[in-house]
Design a protein around this ligand. Structure first.
Ligand SMILES: C[S@@+](CC[C@H](N)C(=O)[O-])C[C@H]1O[C@@H](n2cnc3c(N)ncnc32)[C@H](O)[C@@H]1O
Length: 232
């Protein structure tokens, strides 16, 4: 690893709030000890996905509602999920165990560790669903979507691969759109956003399964926005 790369890792800011909530049940604790080590995404995120038609990464999967439903609907595809919140990981493990899913690999921690291990041009899709909003301007630096993060996502996506981002927080939507659309890599043209009307970003993705955070946003009267950017 280069000195620059090491330095970058050391300088990384923690971007999430809680690492653990209430204590895990005995069943969940058992799964963290037994199932999680068997399905770890690191050190080799793609090792389980030979022969899979597509590979998708979900960043900050929360309780894993969307990740699990996608993996269940597409057994021929591979899914990597990253989430630092232990209770979310434990919940996802319970679902993976109950459904007997074998096409998910998990990273309990910062997704940037997974991105570091992925080769260029390898993923078909990356989901960032309702990232922590960090609504106060003095906390904007903690937002996940930053220039270097966008560069990492661009690098790991295949040409034609999609970055899907959903949020209910208008200031985050503006923030993300500005940064994603102005990103210009040295090779390639950046991300394209193919829209013709407002309905395009108010309509959920095909085959959408809602998340816990989205349900909360809807209960509290906020509007979900769904964006798809294509690597060109
Ligand atoms: C507002 S929650 C949304 C969770 C889920 N996507 C949903 O829609 O219900 C944002 C999630 O992103 C996770 N997160 C924050 N920083 C992250 C990082 N660097 N890598 C992976 N996940 C992260 C948080 O732990 C949290 O669970």
């Amino acid at each position: 690893m280069s000195v620059d790369h090491k330095q970058r890792r050391l300088e990384r800011r923690r971007l999430w709030g809680r690492a653990q909530g209430r204590p895990l049940s005995a069943h969940q604790e058992g799964l963290v000890k037994t199932l999680l080590p068997e399905i770890l995404a690191l050190p080799a995120p793609l090792s389980a996905f030979e022969g899979k038609s597509r590979v998708t990464l979900e960043i900050g999967f929360g309780g894993g509602e969307h990740l699990l439903r996608q993996a269940q609907a597409h057994p021929d595809q591979g899914y990597i999920g990253a989430e630092p919140f232990l209770n979310g990981v434990a919940k996802a493990l319970s679902g993976i165990d109950a459904a007997g899913l074998d096409n998910i690999r998990l990273h309990h921690g910062d997704v940037r560790a997974v991105l570091d291990e992925l080769p260029d041009n390898i993923l078909d899709c990356v989901y960032i669903l309702y990232p922590d909003p960090w609504p106060k301007p003095r906390h904007y630096k903690r937002r996940l979507i930053q220039e270097d993060f966008i560069a990492d996502i661009y690098r790991v996506l295949k040409p034609g691969g999609e970055l899907r981002f959903a949020s209910d927080i208008i200031s985050y939507v503006d923030w993300a759109l500005a940064r994603i659309l102005r990103y210009r890599p040295e090779s390639g043209a950046g991300f394209s956003w193919d829209v013709s009307s407002v309905q395009d970003w108010l309509t959920p993705y095909a085959g959408w399964s809602s998340t816990r955070y989205e349900a909360k946003a809807l209960r509290e009267g906020r509007t979900p926005h769904y964006f798809t950017f294509m690597k060109t």
